[in-house]
Design a protein around this ligand. Sequence first.
Ligand SMILES: *[C@@H]1O[C@H](CO)[C@@H](O)[C@H](O)[C@H]1NC(C)=O
Ligand SMILES: *[C@@H]1O[C@H](CO)[C@@H](O)[C@H](O)[C@H]1NC(C)=O
Ligand SMILES: *[C@@H]1O[C@H](CO)[C@@H](O)[C@H](O)[C@H]1NC(C)=O
Ligand SMILES: *[C@@H]1O[C@H](CO)[C@@H](O)[C@H](O)[C@H]1NC(C)=O
Ligand SMILES: *[C@@H]1O[C@H](CO)[C@@H](O)[C@H](O)[C@H]1NC(C)=O
Length: 297
Amino acid sequence: MLATERVLLLLISLLSFLFHCEHSLAFSLKDCTILYSENSKNISVTCAKRHLTAIPDDIPGNAVSLNLSLNGISNISKVDLRGLSKLEALYVKNNWILQIDDGTFADLVELKVLDLGENLLTALTKNMFQGLSKLETLSLDNNIISFISPVVFQPLVILRLVDLSNNYLHQISDIDYIVKLPTLQHLIITHNNFTLFQSDDLHVNTSNLLTLSLDSVKKFSITRDIFPHLQSLDLRGWSKDIEWEVELSVLTSDVFLPIPNLITLDLSNNKLRSLDFLAEAKLSALRWLTSVTMNCL
Ligand SMILES: *[C@@H]1O[C@H](CO)[C@@H](O)[C@H](O)[C@H]1NC(C)=O
Ligand SMILES: *[C@@H]1O[C@H](CO)[C@@H](O)[C@H](O)[C@H]1NC(C)=O
Ligand SMILES: *[C@@H]1O[C@H](CO)[C@@H](O)[C@H](O)[C@H]1NC(C)=O
Ligand SMILES: *[C@@H]1O[C@H](CO)[C@@H](O)[C@H](O)[C@H]1NC(C)=O
Ligand SMILES: *[C@@H]1O[C@H](CO)[C@@H](O)[C@H](O)[C@H]1NC(C)=O
């Protein structure tokens, strides 16, 4: 009897030690580090540069910022980010991501910033961004995206900036649904495989874009008033790439008539022979013009 009691007591103290131990280790994560924790309700976690191949399963549910960049993660599934409903910023830059399952971000109802740059995504599929109704900034640069589902951006009702630079997009109609988003202000689609940008190829009546960074097109034309608020236009050529040069050789003043509010215009690295067309373009708000470098003036 006495012996059993002693064993029981030992067991209880062992259990309470274990419990205490686990309790005090609650904030020590397997693969990640807590960067700061102003209060226990708001913490920032980094798991960057840890040779991870999957998202760790012990990310605290109260994390507001999570950095998973510079790892070897190849896919993200719905289970990986489950319950991270406080997360406001998620960085998964520079991994090997090929696959993101439908509904992966569904729990991330507070997410404002998502960085998926420098991965191996080939397509933005239908329900990939489901649930991201507070997302403002989406970085998808330096992937190999050549397909964008017409509905993938629909849940992103307050999106302001999309960076799709350095991808394999080749048809302007691929960006129809992005340009159409009423809240979108900044679109970066430099270094893709567009050769033509013609407003007639867009099935959009009006867009609220303020800045458009395009570059590397051989032909650019806007014939309709689809960008009434556009302030900054980047039409740089891409002549430093020896393998294949994409430059503008002709631009006429009528291109600028539907975008009279331009403040910044970059025409550098093209093969424009003259800038005389600008005199007739009536760009009375223009303050910054970059044009001379590498033009054949
Ligand atoms: C942490 O909480 C404070 C106060 O609630 C808030 O101002 C701050 O933006 C939060 N930090 C992050 C990274 O969200
Ligand atoms: C994420 O971590 C990497 C590696 O430490 C760092 O270079 C990068 O700036 C971090 N990203 C953010 C947004 O803090
Ligand atoms: C996702 O990656 C993990 C870790 O590399 C792997 O175990 C799992 O099989 C992968 N899942 C899919 C669907 O590719
Ligand atoms: C982009 O277009 C060029 C010229 O048409 C072509 O040589 C190249 O293979 C294309 N690249 C991709 C990734 O589609
Ligand atoms: C553009 O406007 C025309 C005429 O007002 C309308 O018939 C058409 O449906 C609109 N297109 C889009 C994509 O909103």
